[in-house]
Ligand binder design. Sequence first.
Ligand code: AHR
Length: 320
Amino acid sequence: MKNIFKLALCAGVASLVSTAAMAAGMTVGFSQIGSESGWRAAETSVTKQEAEKRGITLKFADAQQKQENQIKAIRGFIAQGVDAILVAPVVATGWEEVLGEAKEANIPVVLLDRGVEASQDLYLTSVASDQVKEGHVAGDWLVKTVGDKPCKVVELQGTVGSTPAINRKKGFEEAIAGHSNITIARSQTGDFTRAKGKEVMEGFLKAENGGKDICAMYAHNDDMAVGGIQAIKDAGLKPGKDILVVSIDAVPDIFAAMAAGEANATVELTPNMAGPAFDALEAFKKDGKQPEKFIITESKLFTPADNPQGEYEARKGLGY
Ligand code: AHR
């Protein structure tokens, strides 16, 4: 081997070793929202696995859907002097003070999967999908699927005040704007849970002629869609046929529903937010490299043409 290559190889190995060594020493606090959905459970598992793989000590705090618990957990991480903090913010507002405290303590914060309405200097980076785009992808699919046919949509919104609920609504509305045959007849929060999705859909079905007037159900996540599918079946209708079902996340259960002909489309949200977050933190800790402010993950549409049974099999063991 030519010396120059040997040198480059040694330098590469040395930098890998030193990055790994830095990461191995890192202690990171993670304030997770809770376990409201299959997607959330997978994000938690993937984050723990990524930390273990990289030799990072992860301090995990489950906020049980409460912002006050997240604020408490972040203050606890600051008091313990962690090297960095990951936070999946349950709602968008009310973060300035606590993020300011982390900044004051020189602890970089990375936002995972949801955004905040706060100054961008208060966090190092945000790893999330383009949630407006997710709504667009879902809406574009519906526009294409129904063509000129009149279509009354019922919408199951995510957690009130959370960025995915705000943005997925916005994106969907933008996509159907200009298609006057498609209207959102009813829209209510199902809080991203299966049980609430079912309950809210039961109300929609009753209010809309037993469901006969509903053309499509748009759910801001798959778990609410799965709850809604059950409500449609209980009302004696066929989900996926009598009422089209479009949602977001791409969790195994929606692929099982799709394989059974009971769901029509989902937009994928990767549960691996921690991988890019740890990469950014490792580079920042190593040589102060500032990551992009927004690291955007992909939003891919899946329909029954995409081998739903195969997708179910491939995903079912991944922590969902
Ligand atoms: O913030 C991401 C959203 O939160 C997921 O789409 C949903 O399933 C989760 O609860």
